[in-house]
Design a protein around this ligand. Structure first.
Ligand SMILES: O=C(CO)[C@@H](O)[C@H](O)COP(=O)(O)O
Length: 221
């Protein structure tokens, strides 16, 4: 199980310490949520912030673009330090072109889908991408409740990926904590994104370690 703490829930006044905590933890990726106030009704942070924290960590930078026209900025995010670049299916009328561009720039290509979007719509790009980001909340804000129907979407997608033997990771994002991580892992997720449950905890590193064991808990208990 890969763990990607979502920096959106971190203390922006003390980003250096938050980065240090992630570096010292068992987290695998930094999850970075970029919002434009158009595709989603919120504005977060962008290129200068990612460029700055790139100097503070060697971990994988997993950038989730909740923006319109992501193709206009793909090269800039590569230069800022993105390793994975994920665009929303709902924001991309030319999704295949966006995926090709991301891969040509040397990044892993991800496609995110909103809670109302069926996983079946990914069928014709599944062979071209490195990861699918299944949103388990409506994108735009941290601290929301996990939408239970997401579990069915994860199971359906995992079955398809296994059936085709594709090296595609399933990443799940929104409302994930220690109460639901095991169910999400059992449904077939490979990567868990968590914001509030990590950064609002008294001991964030131990939450990260516990989330990392989510797929093994049944053997521990
Ligand atoms: O992309 C998003 C929200 O749009 C997520 O990455 C959230 O930031 C996850 O935060 P929590 O739901 O874990 O607080």
């Amino acid at each position: 199980m890969l763990i990607a703490p979502s920096l959106l829930a971190s203390n922006f006044l003390n980003l250096e310490a938050e980065c240090r905590m992630i570096n010292e933890s068992e987290a695998d990726w930094f999850h970075l949520d970029v919002m434009d106030g158009r595709f989603v009704p919120n504005i977060s942070f962008g290129l200068p912030v990612i460029q700055s924290i790139r100097k503070a960590s060697k971990k994988v930078f997993d950038v989730h673009l909740m923006i319109e026209e992501p193709g206009m900025y793909a090269e800039a995010f590569k230069k800022a330090g993105a390793d994975n670049l994920t665009v929303h299916l709902e924001a991309c009328p030319h999704l295949h072109r966006n995926i090709q561009q991301i891969k040509q720039l040397g990044m892993k290509a991800g496609v995110a889908i909103n809670p109302h979007t069926p996983v079946q719509l990914l069928q014709d790009v599944l062979r071209d991408i490195d990861l699918v980001l299944i949103m388990s909340v409506n994108p735009g804000f941290g601290g929301q409740q996990f939408i239970p129907h997401t579990l069915d979407k994860i199971r359906t997608l995992r079955q398809k990926i296994d059936q085709l033997s594709l090296p595609v990771l399933i990443e799940v994002d929104g409302g994930i904590d220690l109460t639901n991580a095991r169910a999400i892992a059992e449904a077939g997720a490979h990567v868990l994104v968590a914001g509030s449950s990590i950064f609002h905890a008294t001991d964030p590193k131990s939450v990260i370690s516990a989330l990392k064991q989510a797929d093994k808990q049944q053997h521990i208990i």
